[in-house]
Design a protein around this ligand. Sequence first.
Ligand SMILES: *Cc1c(COP(=O)(O)O)cnc(C)c1O
Length: 406
Amino acid sequence: MQRFLTARDAAMSLRPDAPVYCFRPEVLAADARDFMAAFPGETAYAVKTNGEKLVLETLAKAGVTMFDVASPGEFEAVRSVAPEAGMIYMHPVKAQSDINLALQTYGIRTLALDHEDEVAKILRIVRALDLDPSTITLFIRLQTKGHAAYELSKKFGAAPAHAVELLQRCDRIGFKVGICFHVGSQIEEPETYERALASANWVRSRAGVTLAGLDVGGGFPAEYGHDPRRRKPDMPSLAEIMARLRADLAEWGFSDLPLVAEPGRVVVARAFSLIVRVLLRKGRRLYINDGIWASLSDSWTGKITLPARFIPDPARRSRKGDPKAMTAFRVCGATCDSVDILSRPFWLPDTVDTGDWIEIGHIGAYSLSLRTRFNGFYPDTFVEVDQPFDAGEAPQGYASLETMAD
Ligand SMILES: *Cc1c(COP(=O)(O)O)cnc(C)c1O
């Protein structure tokens, strides 16, 4: 892979017409190590956030020994780059054949569920393979209520009384049991984990079974850009959230249990930026070579503020506009689909024009893992970049949280 100091250097050297992912392995390793150092238990990276081979390899090298997986594709992705790593299969609703594959072929021994029919599915395979249930840990996924940019509590999780019943049922069969929850992605209130822990404590005290572990899931917020037109949201740093989580774990009596976390976004977001090219400027519209069907579907929801850096094409001799003025541009994606327009404007220097590049920062999470081949566009060019996105010149632009009138 070609290596550059900055994305600007990459753009100048390659003059890319296709989107380019700028991978920063040192940033990824450092963010993973920071998380592991701060979390008082095992760290299982959530593969769905970004399952690229180079990401999994870098994480394994940085000392991540456990991965949260949800499908045969993810089992294989992890096994092929980190054969010694442990896997936990935390999807609450699984195909019978995938459970069989997990237990028989991949030796996975930790699974999650939120319904008795899932217990029956797992038990059927355990019996067929003649496994001892006590070698398997089943985590009961608890419903949570909290505030995250992306809520998942409506889709998965057993209500507390139901969770009690599931814990007792699995315990009676002879499985080891634990409690897990996933509060959603990019939490917006620091109290979110505490509420979930209070609920887990209620369930534990009613169930009266010995717990083998507690899994607090993901949701830890990544730091994105800040829209200067908005008051800075007072979201605490990861260090503060972790300090609070440790205190809450102690308060609710969970500190002596084996603990697991499944971070995704907070580990990988800063590890990539994306160089896109302006294919056409039409008034206040920028048509770029990426979009919501490729790397920018997460930004399309408008819930995060992506920082951006303007990389003017030096080959352009004349420019219109005031280089110091910032303008809100409507950003249109590469496909011919009319919904492929970012929901929020990008503020960029007024002089942006056809042929220029924009580096969009912190897109490592839920961007390239969500890209499609729609309309024949599939960004797949990677370079390595040494300098962290935030270490360079201050980003001049950002995707605003405001909506924009056409
Ligand atoms: C997606 C997911 C994660 C990762 O969430 P982040 O918000 O990216 O940290 C963790 N656990 C489960 C069960 C998930 O579905």
